[in-house]
Write a protein that binds this ligand. Structure first.
Ligand SMILES: [Zn+2]
Length: 382
C-alpha cells in the first residue's frame, strides 16, 4: 500500500512535483494494527500542520525529546496545511476507515443509506436529486457510530464524512465506461452491420484494430476511457440516426453521448473549482446517463440478458456529481496522478530488502525527488 498527500492548489504537473509519499507498506507483512499505527502518526502530523506549530508530544501523548526545543514554534513561518479531501480506491478506504459498509453489504454507500435490498425505498439504482436516499445523507455522528468501526482519521479536527471523496477514476473511467462499452461491443458485433466479419470474434478483432488506430492517431494509451466513450459515441449515434424508431439504439447512444459530456464537464483546464455552467452540464449529463442505463438494464433483465450492468459504483457517480463536484473538480481530485506515481514507487519497492521495504522506499523516493528538483533549479539558473 502506498499513501501520499498532495497540494490541491498545484495541479496539471508531474505527480512528483505536487505530492509526497508518506508511507509504503508490503501488505503481506502488515497487519491491520500496522496500518492503524502509521495512520495515527499521519493524523497527528496533519493536526500539527493545521496548527502550523510544532508540538512536543507524539500521537499517544508521549514526550518527544527531539521536539523539546521546538514546541510552540512555527513550522513554516506561519503557513499551514489543511487536510480537506481524502480519496483512494475502495480497498484503501475499507482498510483505513475499518468500514462497516462495502459493495457487498446491505448498505452499499458511506455517504448515504443506499441499499441493495430489492424492496428498500433507498435502493441504490434510484438516482437524481429526488431519489429517496438523498434524504439519508450520513452525518459525522452517523459515520462514527454506524459506518466506521473507528480509525485515526476521525480524530483530525474538522473531519467530516464529506471529506472522504469517491474517486472519479475508479467510479467512472475504470467502471462505468468499461461496463457500458463491454455491453455495447457485444450488441454491435451481433451482426456485420457495423464491423465486417464471419463471426463475432472476427468482428470484435476488426473493432479492436479500428480502436487501436484511433488511439495512435490521438497519441493516447490504450484503454483510455475518454477515447473509448468518444469512439463508441460516434458508432452508436450513427446507428441511432439510421434507426429513428429504435428506442434501444437511441438510449444506447444517449449513454455514450452523456459519458462524453461528463468527461468534458470535468476537464482539468477548469482548475480545482468547476464553473457553474460545467457543474450544471455534469449534473444534467449524469441524470440522463442514469436514465438511459436504467432503461437499458430493465430491458436486459426482461430479455434475460446479462447486459447493461448496474452496480453500486454507478450510485457513487451520483454523489460525485451532486455532492462533490460543486466543491471540487472530480478529475482534479481523482487518483490519476497517484496511479502514475505508484508505478515508480513500486520500482523502488522491487529493489528494497523485504524487511526494510518501508524505509528504503522512502529514502529512494526522497533521493529521486531531490535530484529531480535540483535539476529543475539548475535548469532555471542556466
Ligand atoms: Zn450514497
Amino acid at each position: 500500500m502506498v499513501t501520499s498527500f498532495a497540494s490541491l492548489v498545484v495541479g496539471n504537473c508531474s505527480p512528483f512535483d505536487n505530492r509526497y509519499v508518506t508511507y509504503c507498506v508490503d501488505n503481506n507483512r502488515a497487519c491491520p494494527e500496522t496500518l492503524d499505527c502509521l495512520d495515527s502518526w499521519l493524523a497527528w502530523s496533519y493536526t500539527e500542520l493545521m496548527n502550523g506549530k510544532w508540538v512536543e508530544h507524539g500521537p499517544w501523548s508521549e514526550a518527544l525529546p527531539s521536539r523539546s526545543s521546538k514546541g510552540g514554534k512555527l513550522i513554516a513561518g506561519g503557513y499551514r496545511g489543511i487536510l480537506c479531501v481524502m480519496r483512494g480506491d475502495e480497498k484503501f478506504v475499507q482498510k483505513a476507515f475499518h468500514m462497516r459498509v462495502s459493495w457487498v453489504s446491505e448498505q452499499v454507500c458511506w455517504m448515504c443509506c443506499a441499499s441493495r435490498v430489492r424492496d428498500s425505498l433507498n435502493l441504490y439504482t434510484y438516482f437524481g436529486p429526488g431519489a429517496t436516499h438523498r434524504l439519508s445523507l450520513i452525518s459525522l455522528s452517523d459515520f462514527i457510530s454506524d459506518i466506521s468501526k473507528g480509525c485515526a482519521w476521525i480524530r483530525v479536527p474538522g473531519f467530516q464524512p464529506e471529506m472522504l471523496f469517491y474517486d472519479f477514476l475508479h467510479v467512472f473511467d475504470l467502471t462505468m465506461v468499461p461496463d457500458a462499452a463491454a455491453t455495447a461491443l457485444v450488441e454491435l458485433s451481433e451482426d456485420d452491420s457495423v464491423w465486417p466479419g464471419q463471426s463475432v470474434d472476427d468482428r470484435l478483432r476488426y473493432a479492436h484494430v479500428q480502436f487501436v488506430k484511433l488511439c495512435r492517431e490521438q497519441k493516447i494509451r490504450l484503454s483510455e476511457s475518454v477515447i473509448l466513450a468518444r469512439w463508441l459515441m460516434g458508432i452508436t449515434v450513427a446507428i441511432a440516426v439510421k434507426r429513428p424508431d429504435d428506442e434501444h439504439a437511441q438510449l444506447r447512444a444517449a449513454v455514450f453521448i452523456n459519458a462524453v459530456a461528463i468527461r468534458q464537464a470535468v476537464s482539468l483546464s477548469h482548475g480545482p473549482i468547476l464553473p457553474p455552467h460545467c457543474i450544471r452540464k455534469l449534473q444534467t449529463a449524469n441524470y440522463l446517463l442514469h436514465s438511459a442505463i436504467n432503461w437499458l438494464a430493465q430491458g436486459a433483465i426482461a430479455a434475460g440478458h446479462l447486459r447493461w450492468k448496474i452496480r453500486p459504483k454507478l450510485h457513487k457517480l451520483d454523489h460525485i456529481c451532486l455532492d462533490q463536484a460543486p466543491l471540487l473538480s472530480p478529475l482534479w481530485t481523482s487518483t490519476y496522478g497517484d496511479e502514475d506515481m505508484v508505478g515508480k514507487v513500486k520500482q523502488f519497492a522491487m529493489m528494497a530488502k523485504p524487511h526494510l521495504l518501508g524505509r528504503q522506499v522512502l529514502l529512494r523516493y526522497a533521493s529521486y525527488v531531490c535530484c529531480r528538483w535540483l535539476r529543475q533549479l539548475e535548469g532555471q539558473k542556466g
